[in-house]
Ligand binder design. Structure first.
Ligand code: M6R
Length: 616
């Protein structure tokens, strides 16, 4: 959460920073601000509200400064006020800082600095760090100018407990930015005659495709012409320049009204990308380039543990069903946020997967580190190329979904489900899954883009249904087996973007409690695919309707599910069970999206949420 952008170059920094922030707004949108190195000091412009508000103010200011830092905030310490917005200036106005993370010992540091004469304007933990850097900068008057700021940052960070991604400028040094990270992402955009620093490549991919990802404990010193990286322990780091594999146009809305809508409709292509080059020549199994385990090592794995948060956790639950069914390897699913603290007993031959769209979720990253600390191999499934999880895991699978900007995850989720199913196939074929069964699964995966397009073609019909239900305040989502996590995901999508209370339940559990909620005021969305449990689910629907609860059914059961069986029916294609969770998800995404639109909600930036959760 929180987005940082810094620029040093030849052009006017202000508009470049604001443009960068627009691409990071998904990380937080409480307030935003910029600090510009003007000839006579540092000018700070900051305001509560969206980046659009800041853009207006910055345009009026019309600065020619060619260096500056900027920030879009997701509040942790201190309310959403202009004073608490970043950048923060030190009490002597010499240092300006933007920060993403949490300074846990800020109270003790503040007391110390107040004793030294520092004054504070905000309630934030971040302002403490600006003042601490100014304190060390002022102590070290004999050092060379450039190094003096790096030294002051290094000295300060030695005393900091917590997490940070920071960018710092100094009024004395109009061609220098110092950045550092621990626990919060930070990368450098390497340009020609200009350099940038940001929380995410999205902020600068429009200016350069060259990126250097910083690791924890590293400090970067940027100027217009150059950059150098050292560690807090003063070691020199040789930077590795990577190429960003997507273009800025992919992160733009085009003709869509919202990113969520765009990303729902991009799913045929996103899934195509996730499959490309990942089936064997005889088309009977999947293959993955980056798992870094040979067949013998796989044979020794007797348990797999999946960890993730939010929607990624739902993907882990689906992975449990698919991998257990097709490979018979036992799978456990952990909330990444709980795993680190509960000290679970683990099988010696367990293998870990962490699942994260961004690759930066702090809870998932810490789960990865905890598992590695205990000596386990951890593989990552992530969309974040070059993300911290991608870099720290022992191998893994990239989703290749393209940038996902909408806070509500859509195409990243279905890509995670696809990769889970393909892993089930891959592991199954190493065990008891036959050649013929493998080929059927490959055929099914390959049919996904076309089948999803067929469902998307029904968007108008789904919109009409959504609009009839937009006024309700409570919803139940029900499904059995692998449809249970899809029910959870449907409920999460609805609540996060429309603020409607929604609960996901295994359909058969309804009678053990949630049935008490059923009334004319509480409709249910029931996942009713063809197959073994269809009759049971249809009985659950009867029980609901007998209590005046309206039912929207999503079914692939054709004639076995007559029109009279529910109040509203969304029909999806009948397909192999390995892809039914994906097909069933699409109508739920569309329902949530159209309900939220009808209610006038800010779909891409729901209240209180941020796309990438980098604080615990
Ligand atoms: O980037 P990650 O996949 O690690 O993010 C995990 C969750 O924060 C995320 O899925 C969240 O639940 C979304 N808002 C769901 O739409």
């Amino acid at each position: 959460m929180c987005g940082i952008v810094g620029y040093v170059g030849k052009h006017a920094a202000s508009s470049i920073l604001v443009e960068g922030l627009k691409h990071l707004e998904y990380r937080g949108y409480d307030s935003s601000g910029i600090a510009l190195a003007e000839g006579n000091g540092i000018e700070v412009i900051k305001k509560t509200g969206r980046v659009a508000v800041l853009a207006g103010l910055a345009q009026k200011h019309a600065s020619k400064a060619s260096m500056g830092i900027s920030h879009t905030r997701w509040a942790t310490h201190g309310g959403v006020t202009d004073e608490n917005a970043h950048p923060h200036l030190s009490w002597d106005s010499k240092i300006a800082l933007v920060h993403n993370g949490v300074i846990e010992n800020y109270k003790a540091l503040r007391t110390f600095l107040e004793g030294e004469g520092a004054t504070f304007r905000s309630q934030t933990d971040s302002e403490v760090l600006a003042n601490l850097i100014a304190y060390y900068y002022n102590l070290d008057e004999t050092a060379q100018n450039g190094n003096r700021l790096v030294c002051a940052v290094r000295q300060s960070l030695i005393h900091v407990e917590g997490t940070y991604g920071i960018a710092v400028i100094c009024a004395d040094l109009p061609n220098e930015i110092v950045g550092a990270r621990k626990g919060s992402p930070l990368c450098i955009g390497v340009g020609h005659g200009e350099n940038l620093i940001a929380s995410d490549v999205a902020a600068f991919v429009g200016r350069t495709q060259n990126v250097v990802y910083l690791d924890d404990g590293q400090i970067v010193h940027l100027s217009r012409e150059d950059f150098s990286i050292t560690t807090i322990a003063e070691e020199t780091v040789s930077p590795v320049i990577n190429q960003i594999d997507w273009k800025i146009e992919e992160a733009e809305l085009g003709s869509y009204k919202h990113f969520m809508e765009k990303e729902i409709f991009e799913q045929p292509q996103a899934l195509e990308n996730a499959m490309r080059g990942r089936f064997s020549d005889d088309e009977s199994t999947a293959k993955f380039g980056g798992l870094n385990l040979d067949a013998r090592e796989w044979r020794q794995v007797d348990r797999i543990v999946f960890c993730g948060c939010g929607t990624a956790w739902h993907a882990c639950l689906v992975a449990e069903y698919l991998i257990e069914r097709f490979s018979r390897i036992p799978v456990e699913v952990e909330y990444a946020s709980e795993f680190r603290y509960r000290n679970a007993p683990l099988d010696k031959n367990a293998l870990f997967f962490v699942v994260s769209q961004s690759g930066e979720t702090i809870d998932t990253l810490e789960a990865l580190r905890e598992a590695q600390r205990k000596g386990f191999r951890v593989l990552g499934i992530t969309n974040g190329v070059g993300s911290t999880i991608a870099r720290e895991s022992d191998g893994g699978v990239y989703q290749h979904s393209g940038p996902e900007i909408g806070v509500a995850s859509t195409k990243a989720f279905t890509s995670q489900l696809l990769i889970s199913g393909m892993l089930g196939l891959y592991l199954g074929r190493m065990r008891d899954l036959s050649f013929g069964d493998g080929r059927e699964m490959v055929k099914a995966f390959k049919s996904l883009p076309g089948l999803i397009s067929q469902i998307l073609d029904q968007a108008d019909q789904i919109k009409a249904i959504a609009e009839r239900y937009a006024e309700f305040q409570d919803f139940l989502f029900l499904g059995r087996q692998s449809m249970f996590p899809i029910a959870l995901e449907g409920a999460l999508k609805l609540k996060e973007i429309s603020y409607i209370h929604a609960e996901g339940y295994p359909a058969a559990e309804m009678k053990h409690g949630p049935i008490a909620l059923i009334s004319e005021q509480c409709p249910s969305v029931v996942l009713s695919p063809h197959g073994d449990t269809l009759k049971k689910v249809m009985s659950n629907i009867e029980e609901t309707r007998a209590r005046k609860g309206r039912v929207i059914a999503i079914t692939s059961a054709g004639k076995d599910f007559p029109d009279s069986a529910a109040d509203d029916i969304i029909r999806i294609p009948t397909a192999h069970s390995c892809i039914m969770p994906i097909l069933s998800t699409i109508p739920l995404q569309l329902l949530a999206y159209y309900i939220a639109c009808k209610r006038g909600c800010d779909v891409d930036k729901p209240r209180n949420l941020a796309k990438s959760v980098t604080v615990e």
